[in-house]
Design a protein around this ligand. Sequence first.
Ligand SMILES: [Zn+2]
Length: 149
Amino acid sequence: MPLEPGFRGVICASFGSTDDTAGQDTGGRPRHDLRFRSANPETLSVLRSALERSCIGVRLVLAGPPADVHAAAAAAAECGMLDEEITPLCDEDGRRVVFCGHCRAATTIKAGSSEVDCQGCGTTLAITDHFSRRLGGYLGFSAHAEEAS
Ligand SMILES: [Zn+2]
């Protein structure tokens, strides 16, 4: 069912096989469900157009692997949504995205990884706790920079 223009309820977007948004309490507000396999340019543009058709005051609930939830939250922020309007429900066992601090390439990693080889420049990245809301991922820096310098 397409979203009515001027929707003022809660948009629940889920990624992958999660059904975490199913039990989400919308406080009696109307809800609109979107289900995507993953966050990619195509599904994010569907999400963006849903947000553009809704009113100020709409809420967004995002559920799924961190990689997808973070990408969707970044897209929603581009549409002018505020942090307090977005509820991220991350599946902490899901994959997440690391952005290389050297070449800026995005590399997807499994939960629990602490190092990964950058897909862009091949540097072995140590994953930091620095989360970039704008990029929708964690920052990684050369794991062996200290030995090299
Ligand atoms: Zn890199």
